[in-house]
Ligand binder design. Structure first.
Ligand code: UD1
Ligand code: UDP
Length: 380
């Protein structure tokens, strides 16, 4: 099958790195990057690090408000898809690039494959929730990562074309995991960042959600991170440039004990998570990775699409929103000072991640739809 993949943001480059080798083995892929993320640290560096092919088309359409950004992408994608005339357009997740890719394709009668279909936060104030609902309702193939996602789709009347395939990002995390375990992996990161980082003696954080960029929300999470940090256990915050700009626009200074670093590469992000005492984040990807790595994770949101990570007996993640007292309580319970060094060391020693085989499953469903083999996905 001739497939145009549309990406644009950091997590989509990461997901594409997991799928692309298999997609290119079985199909003809044309790789389109909208350029929604454009900084070297948010986008460029991932190509070399993850062995991702350079895009066949780089549209350079980052920045701007939602309507403007999505509109520019639609304007660029429509003629491009017309010229390329693919059999399918494949989109990942819930970003504006996904909205534009799926909408442009569907309006031209090109079948859409949606990876990470069916996720819902049930909060329509989130731009991502709107994007994923539209993408799911336009898609021909819906690749759901979890059984909860399959149920969400069923309750919206979507069952044809749905396949539960597991989580693509687990494939990549598993591929990388053998290189993270040794304390030397953390020592190398610490040296590069010029920080003193010992296993279990720091907290790792990321914050980028739109709802966490209002002045009130930023003041609240800044105070929460400041309260979580101690002299012996600082917070390392890998700061998204959009959040950095919002903080500086609102004149908010982060408390002492919160050590801000640039966005990091994928392997560094996993390394910083694995060896931390705990992770604090509003990222969907980091939340899942922390769960796979077994690191306690405080989710700086009041809802999540990844319900499995915060329910059930063996979970180490918890939704704390921006509630400072709750965060302090949960941190004390899940990563008590005094034992977190030993727990982090044990976690790293025992790390053994297995891939979900998701890339192979997605590719096989698409190959089946090509008319060659049977598949659970419904062909157009
Ligand atoms: C986007 C996605 C979000 C995803 C996140 C991953 C949407 C609606 N949101 O949010 O679902 O979780 O990516 O990180 O698509 N900026 C830079 N340099 C960059 C990229 C962004 O400076 O390389 C700044 C710009 O000021 C930009 C702002 O960040 O306007 C927001 O970027 P944008 O891509 O619109 O949304 P994200 O917040 O990154
Ligand atoms: N990530 C990274 N560098 C960082 C922070 C995160 O490589 O400094 C990775 C992280 O490990 C995960 C992905 O980016 O694989 C998550 O992307 P992001 O948090 O931007 O978006 P979300 O998952 O919330 O859509």
């Amino acid at each position: 099958m001739r497939i145009v993949s549309v990406v644009g943001t950091r997590p989509q480059l990461i997901k594409a790195a997991a799928l692309q080798p298999v997609l290119r083995r079985d199909h003809a892929e044309i790789f389109v990057d909208t350029g929604q993320h454009y900084d070297e640290a948010m986008a460029g560096s991932f190509f070399d690090e993850l062995g991702l092919a350079r895009p066949d088309y780089s549209l350079g359409l980052g920045g701007g408000g939602h309507g403007e950004q999505t509109g520019r992408m639609l304007i660029a994608l429509e003629p491009l898809l017309g010229d390329l005339a693919p059999d399918a357009v494949l989109v990942y997740g819930d970003t504006n690039s996904t909205l534009a890719g799926s909408l442009a394709a569907a309006k031209m009668g090109i079948p859409v494959a949606h990876v990470e279909a069916g996720l819902r936060s049930f909060d329509r104030r989130m731009p991502e929730e709107l994007n994923r609902i539209v993408a799911d309702h336009l898609a021909t193939w819906l690749f759901a990562p979890t059984s909860a996602a399959v149920s969400n789709l069923a309750s919206e009347g979507i069952s044809g074309g749905v396949t539960e395939v597991g989580d693509l990002m687990l494939d990549l995390a598993a591929r990388m995991s053998a290189t993270l375990r040794e304390p030397a992996a953390l020592a190398e990161v610490a040296e590069r960042l010029d920080l003193k980082l010992l296993p279990g003696r720091y907290l790792f954080a990321t914050v980028h959600r739109a709802e966490n960029r209002s002045p009130e929300a930023m003041a609240a999470w800044a105070a929460l991170l400041g309260a979580a940090a101690t002299a012996d256990r600082p917070v390392v915050l890998a700061l998204h440039p959009g959040t950095a700009a919002a903080l500086s626009g609102a004149g908010i200074r982060l408390p002492d004990g919160v050590l801000v670093v640039e966005p990091q590469g994928y392997r560094t992000s996993l390394t910083l998570q694995l060896h931390a005492a705990a992770v604090l984040t509003d990222s969907g990807g980091v939340q899942r990775e922390a769960a796979w790595l077994g690191v306690p994770c405080l989710v700086l949101r009041t809802s999540t699409e990844w319900v499995e990570t915060v329910s059930g007996g063996d979970t180490s993640s918890v939704l704390v929103g921006l509630d400072r007292e709750m965060a302090a309580r949960e941190l004390a319970a899940r990563a008590p000072i005094g034992t977190s060094e030993e727990r982090a060391a044990e976690r790293a020693r025992n790390l053994s991640l297995k891939g979900a085989g998701t890339a192979d499953r997605i590719s096989a469903v698409l190959a089946g739809a090509d008319g060659t083999t049977g598949a659970s996905g419904t062909a157009p």
